[in-house]
Write a protein that binds this ligand. Structure first.
Ligand SMILES: [Zn+2]
Length: 165
């Protein structure tokens, strides 16, 4: 990870469990045939991040961990910064920008591009793309001009050094 802004607030608990699936709003471990496979989940009120055991040692672990941490940042961001980020994404949509900066955002953009869910996922994947060194290239498909705008927004908001685009 590089240039991750200083994070403040109560500690986050990170747990690691095998074979995660999301099933009817719950996170299951060890039931591969029930629910949709996921690699990680965040529980905002419990301040807990659960990572899948299989992720340990994998190249995309930093991306997924930073993504999950920024779910907590999104909640604390406040309305005016959330609106400002939303304006950035709306501008992309007006210009029919395709692609995203991570798999979660990409899936969410396809399913519900106007949703709050997409906004939040795109925020978290942008942070992960900026601060984790290993966003799979396959998932960083947003055009450079939009990547630069997002990077500038994060730098203006959080400081820290964004990586080259
Ligand atoms: Zn997410």
């Amino acid at each position: 990870m590089s240039g991750l802004p200083a994070l403040t607030g109560s500690p986050l608990l990170v747990s690691v469990l095998p074979v995660l699936t999301a099933h009817r709003g719950k996170l299951l471990s060890g039931h591969p045939k029930r629910g949709t496979p996921v690699h990680a989940a965040s529980f905002i009120r419990r301040r807990e991040i659960v990572l899948e055991t299989e992720l340990l040692g994998k190249a995309d672990l930093p991306h997924i961990l930073v993504h999950e941490i920024f779910h907590f940042v999104w909640v604390r961001l406040g309305n005016s910064l959330r609106r400002s980020y939303a304006a950035l994404v709306e501008e992309e949509q007006r210009n029919k920008a395709r692609g995203e900066l991570g798999e979660s955002a990409l899936v969410s953009k396809r399913l519900a591009p106007d949703s709050r869910d997409y906004l939040c996922e795109s925020f978290c994947d942008t942070a992960a793309w900026l601060y984790a060194s290993a966003t799979p290239r396959l998932h960083a498909s947003l055009a450079k001009r939009w990547r630069l705008r997002r990077g500038a927004w994060f730098e203006a908001t959080f400081g820290g050094l964004s990586r080259g685009c």
